[in-house]
Design a protein around this ligand. Structure first.
Ligand code: AMP
Length: 505
């Protein structure tokens, strides 16, 4: 094979005039048509002087054309660098500068703001709009529809995904062909994807979940992607009777459950619902099964590692757990200070090793060395435990760990108890600076209805179920929790908001 990732994802479909993408208006794009467009894009990039190994930064809407840029980069051996569409020009400046991207592709609406950014960093700017038009499309329009695939090996880089950078600077995770290919193949196999599948795809494609999990798995199996530009409840409900699978973040599933049109009958044609990127409440898992008869399959992964664990396709999908390590992935729980492996059942940091684990952070050897051990284990920054059957439970992020009076407190334990209270929709437990304890526990609650929450009553109940040092010193109520596009609760925003709560004692 000359280019393993291209051949497995795209090349093998080049002659297939079968549907690849089905748009919400019913328009279908075949594999062959898609690859003709990708070939034109590859020619356009080469014409612009982009060479194998160069980075192509892309901040454009979720369109078939955006996916074709991804395919073009893989075929031409360039490094695809997708960027969150919400990033401002100032943020993009960092990514362009840090990555040394040769090209910046953006929507026409952003061109004015990004032109100076590209210029300052010696990159060329082209536009690719949500309707498929723009200067890049014009450049590619008359170029050949066949491109000679650039030879690559599994250790060559295929993509950079920047971490969300909630602590410190965002880091460019370097992902090789082998990282993406091995993980995609494992997932397609574990989740039984075939050419018969029709996947509801509402996730963004600048993130590992929508790009490497949903898109690559579907491409490897040769199925159809029901391609939504973004999460759209009505459209998803409309597509479900003709779909077989869906991948989403937990909020997608709670929004479906909040809609009375989402019934067992509507989900009758589906064979699989996958959740990840943020914790799925056990309660959502149970409600989902009650409503539809389907048990959501929860998996766990991250930008740097692709997917590391999954609940089984056949066998027990356990609510509140992220399942077992995937085939080929080693996972261990270690002590944060000593790095020693902890006995089964204890909480510690999650480390993973396998072909799924990235190549390091771009131009950050010290950061890489801090998190990627010489023996190949990556320190994920997540805290978890493994039960006797090998199922992993995520207890939180290392940085979310609260240390109060020298004692470790895992927010998840308290959140689970708070969530059980009548009238509480969801909760987030954070540590905020406290003059005596260093940090003190604060519970942020969201009410499920209009009625005011009985905070004193909840405090009283907590004192019966939690050791004193774990009990929140304060409960506060917000209309909703701050979340990013992947459904993750932004605890850093909450910590900032409530940082002064205990000022003055
Ligand atoms: P990202 O790199 O943006 O994909 O974020 C990865 C992080 O999301 C992980 O390190 C976890 O903290 C979190 N995450 C992903 N999947 C799950 C899951 N199923 N349950 C809990 N947290 C998850």
């Amino acid at each position: 094979m000359t280019n393993p990732l291209y051949d497995a994802l795209f090349g093998k479909h080049a002659e297939r005039d079968t549907p690849f993408l089905q748009m919400t208006d019913g328009t279908v794009i075949t594999h062959a048509a898609f690859l003709r467009l990708a070939a034109q894009y590859a020619h356009a990039l080469v014409q612009m002087g982009v060479a194998p190994g160069d980075r192509v930064a892309v901040q454009i809407a979720k369109t078939p054309q955006a996916l074709a840029v991804y395919a073009a980069c893989v075929q031409a051996g360039m490094v695809f660098l997708p960027l969150n569409t919400a990033y401002t020009a100032k943020e993009i400046a960092y990514f362009v500068q840090d990555s040394g991207a040769r090209v910046v592709l953006c929507d026409a609406a952003a061109a004015q703001a990004l032109e100076p950014v590209a210029h300052a960093n010696g990159a060329q700017l082209e536009t690719l709009d949500a309707d498929g038009g723009g200067s890049f499309a014009r450049r590619a329009r008359d170029l050949p529809q066949v491109f000679e695939t650039q030879a690559r090996g599994i250790d060559d880089l295929a993509a950079f995904l920047y971490t969300s950078g909630t602590t410190g600077r965002s880091k460019g995770a370097m992902l090789s062909q082998g990282n993406l290919l091995s993980n995609g193949e494992t997932l397609a196999q574990e989740w039984r994807f075939t050419a018969e599948d029709r996947l509801i795809h509402a996730l963004p494609i600048f993130h590992t979940h929508g790009l490497f999990v949903a898109t690559n798995v579907s491409l490897l199996a040769g199925g159809v992607i029901l391609f939504l530009p973004k999460f759209d409840l009505d459209a998803i409900l409309g597509l479900m009777p003709q779909a077989t699978a869906m991948m989403g973040v937990p909020t997608y599933y709670t929004r479906l459950l909040d809609d009375a049109r989402f019934t067992r009958e509507l989900a009758g044609h589906m064979r699989l619902f996958v959740s990840g990127s943020a914790p799925l409440l056990a309660e959502t898992h149970v409600r989902f099964e009650d409503r539809t008869g389907h048990r959501i399959l929860e998996r766990y992964g991250m930008t740097e590692t692709n997917m590391s664990t999954s609940n089984p396709y056949d066998g027990a999908r356990r609510a509140g757990t992220v399942g077992r390590p995937l085939p080929g992935v080693e996972l261990k729980i270690t002590h944060a200070e000593t790095g020693a492996t902890l006995p089964q059942g204890e909480i510690g940091q999650i480390e993973v090793r396998g072909a799924n684990v990235f190549q390091g952070y771009w131009q950050m050897p010290e950061k890489t060395a801090q998190e990627l051990r010489p023996d190949g284990f990556f320190i994920t920054g997540d805290l978890g435990q493994i039960d006797a059957d090998g199922y992993v439970t995520i207890v939180g992020r290392n940085k979310d760990l609260i240390i109060s009076g020298g004692l470790n407190i895992y927010p998840k334990e308290i959140e689970l108890i708070l969530d059980e209270h009548n009238g509480v929709l969801e909760s987030a437990v954070i540590g905020v600076p406290h003059p005596d304890f260093g940090e003190s526990v604060v519970g942020v609650l969201v009410a499920s209805g209009q009625e005011a929450l009985d905070l004193e009553g909840i405090m009283r109940d907590l004192s019966g179920s939690l050791a004193g040092f774990k009990q929140p010193k304060k409960l506060v109520v917000l209309p909703e929790l701050p979340r990013n596009t992947m459904g993750k609760v932004q605890k850093n925003a909450l910590r900032a908001q409530f940082a002064g709560l205990f000022d003055g004692g």
